[in-house]
Design a protein around this ligand. Structure first.
Ligand code: MRU
Length: 352
């Protein structure tokens, strides 16, 4: 058995490449991929071989580090290298718009380019790698702290409903929402999990259930549309999800379906909790109204397991995220603490 405290290596730096798990083929196959350029990294993020807000930030930072290594990168002058890195930052930024962790990590990498440009030859290459690795190590620490801070919200015997995947696969560490569950379990609490399947890409059924089964945690997968009925029957004690971006007032962008879950949770008097690191809090946004919501390709809805399920002449619409208004959120667990409403002015920076 894998102990709930162990941190599977979902993202690794091999010395020449970024090693990730191909999340598009789980749970059927566990296949690792080695990404050895910024372009391959951008493609892996766009096609969701790696996904989840903190994970795409970490992998993008390593992608920038890759842009100045190998394939001519090593022999480039410092100003060529700086240009390559800045181009890589723009390429990676264009991959997915909603999770602010991606832009946050890329801004840290841009800061390194700015500071290191005129230093000795090779300095930028080392400085970029060192910053990317420190973003990765920091993410592991943040996950653990989120887990430790949030575990007190879960009573022994609780049943937690979660949506999408906010676990180890979505981070470099033990996850965010699932870290809360992993730490609670490691404290001896018996926790049952209900995982929404999370249409259209089934991150709940494929990824959350895979992680929980690997740790021998009791998990039941349900269709997204079953959640309200389970709540009505008293089968859910709390909802616990991750986040892709949180505005200053506590509005939360997360996987499509989070908003409806929050509404039905409130209707049934069930707390809706959010767990995320400080890098998910966008202090530039007063509220969620200007959070960009990614719209993904039609085929994600038109096809199920490769089979056509929608008539060609029907239109489809595939927003990947929605925004949960802050008044539906009972608490936001971060690496710093557990914040309860009102959130305004309280979602400060911790990290490190
Ligand atoms: O489209 P995805 O799979 O990247 O969406 C992921 C989510 O919505 C997660 O809940 C969020 O990124 C938090 S992951 C710790």
């Amino acid at each position: 058995m894998t102990s709930p405290f162990s941190e599977p290596r979902t993202i690794e730096w091999t010395g020449t490449a970024v090693k990730i798990i191909d999340q598009t083929i789980l749970p059927g196959r566990l296949r690792y991929l080695e990404l050895s350029s910024a372009e391959e990294t951008a493609d892996a993020i766009r096609t969701m071989k790696v996904r989840g807000a903190p994970a795409i930030g970490v992998v993008a930072a390593l992608g920038v580090a890759l842009s100045v290594r190998g394939r001519g990168g090593s022999s480039a002058t410092e100003s060529d290298a700086a240009k390559r890195a800045l181009d890589a930052i723009e390429l990676l930024r264009s991959t997915r718009p909603t999770a602010v962790n991606l832009a946050w990590a890329l801004e840290r990498m841009r800061g390194v380019v700015g500071k290191t440009k005129r230093s000795r030859t090779g300095g930028l290459k080392e400085a970029l790698l060192s910053e990317a690795l420190s973003i990765m190590e920091e993410d592991k620490r943040l996950c653990r702290r989120i887990g430790e801070n949030g575990a007190r919200l879960l009573r022994d015997g609780s049943t937690v409903l979660t949506h999408c995947n906010a676990g180890a696969l979505a981070t470099a560490g033990m996850g965010t929402a699932l870290a809360v569950i992993y730490v609670a379990v490691s404290q001896g609490k018996k926790i049952r999990v209900i995982a929404d399947e999370t249409r259209p890409l089934l991150q709940g059924a494929r990824l959350t259930a895979w992680e929980l089964v690997a740790r021998e945690i009791d998990v039941t997968v349900v269709c997204d549309s079953a959640a309200a009925w389970l709540m009505k029957q008293g089968k859910v004690d709390c909802v616990l999800v991750g986040a892709d971006r949180v505005a200053r007032n506590g509005d939360v962008a997360n996987k499509i379906g989070s908003y409806s879950l929050a509404i039905v949770a409130k209707e049934h008097g069930i707390p809706f909790y959010v767990a995320c690191p400080y890098s998910t809090i966008d202090e530039s946004l007063p509220d969620g109204s200007s959070i960009p919501v990614e719209e993904r390709g039609e085929e994600e809805i038109r096809l199920v397991a490769g089979k056509k399920v929608v008539p060609d002449k029907a239109r489809v619409y595939n927003p990947a995220f929605d925004i949960v208004p802050h008044d539906y959120v009972a608490a936001i667990v971060t690496d710093r603490d557990v914040t309860t409403p009102p959130f305004e002015g309280k979602l400060g920076i911790a990290g490190g």
